[in-house]
Design a protein around this ligand. Structure first.
Ligand code: NDP
Ligand code: 8X3
Length: 252
């Protein structure tokens, strides 16, 4: 039976790097994201090496998620690994100045979207059973608070706890679950968060050495290809040049 990976948010950053990494190892790819053109580009790049199925998908739309899963061609099921990667941060300002609509968008994407896709693919993952994996993109922001993280960090805390709780329910099915929690990583994530502000992007990633999407893809591939009896519950990854800061104290 061929190995099949289903990736959400495959059009950029970690998701796109995962598409390349799993293709290198000969896996069949199901690539999803909202930007159809980028999906077609990936199909052109990778389709001569491995079977590739692309589907434009907004993970917030549960009917669309169900339809995409139901329409998966026979060669692309059952799914061996689900990479729940689609996500975003918005509203870089403090909570008291953030727009409610942007909070809703983060919740709808990072929480509801991830839940939609997981729910739709659980039967397929359970059909695969031993060796199957759900790999959820959490973040250091789900564990460590920092200014401007408000709903984004809280959404990633949900991802961590949902991953752990899934582990409990899936015990005995062979399906593994991992919360992968990266720190500072260079991708379009920062342009999305800062509304396309290139100066903010350059400031965050300049004069240091952030993780690259390929670094995260390598870890995700490692998690998905461990022996079937091994489950990494949470994998937190930071660049060597990133660490924690002291508590902030308000002084007169
Ligand atoms: P990118 O912005 O490069 O990629 C995000 C991906 O998510 C895109 O492919 C985008 O595709 C997709 N996406 C966003 N909204 C939706 C939606 N509603 N439906 C379907 N797809 C969607 O960011 P990263 O690769 O850096 O981030 C990937 C994941 O990793 C996210 O969950 C992020 O929170 C997390 N993360 C990122 C870190 C970082 O520092 N970069 C660190 C820790 C975690 P499209 O627009 O085509 O739909
Ligand atoms: C993204 C990493 O540090 O910007 O999840 O929150 S961080």
């Amino acid at each position: 039976m061929s190995q099949v990976v289903f990736i959400t948010g495959a059009t950029s950053g970690f998701g796109r790097a995962c598409a390349h990494r799993f293709a290198e190892a000969g896996w069949s790819l199901v690539l999803t994201g909202r930007r159809q053109e980028r999906l077609e580009d990936l199909k052109t790049q990778l389709g001569s090496r491995v079977p590739v199925h692309v589907a434009a998908l907004d993970v917030r739309d549960d009917s669309a998620v169900k339809a995409v899963v139901e329409a998966l061609p026979g060669d692309f099921r059952p799914i061996t690994a689900l990479i729940n990667n689609a996500g975003l941060a918005l509203a870089p300002e403090p909570a008291q100045r953030a727009a409610l609509e942007e909070w809703h968008t983060m919740i709808d994407t990072n929480i509801t979207g991830l839940v939609n896709v997981t729910h739709a693919l659980l039967p397929s993952l359970m059909e695969r059973g031993e060796g199957a994996s759900i790999i959820n993109l959490g973040s250091v922001a789900g564990q460590w608070p920092y200014p401007g993280s408000h709903v984004y960090g809280a959404s990633k805390a949900f991802v961590q706890q949902f991953s752990y709780n899934l582990r409990c329910d899936l015990q005995g099915t062979g399906v593994r679950v991992t919360d992968v929690a990266p720190g500072l990583s260079e991708s379009e994530f920062t342009l999305v968060r800062n509304r396309g502000d290139q100066a903010a992007y350059d400031k965050l990633y300049g004069d240091t050495t952030p993780l690259q999407p390929e670094d995260i893809a390598e870890q995700i591939f490692h998690v998905a290809t461990l022996p079937a009896h091994v489950n990494i519950n949470r994998l937190e990854i930071m660049p060597t040049r990133q660490a924690w800061s002291p508590f902030a104290v308000d002084r007169d």
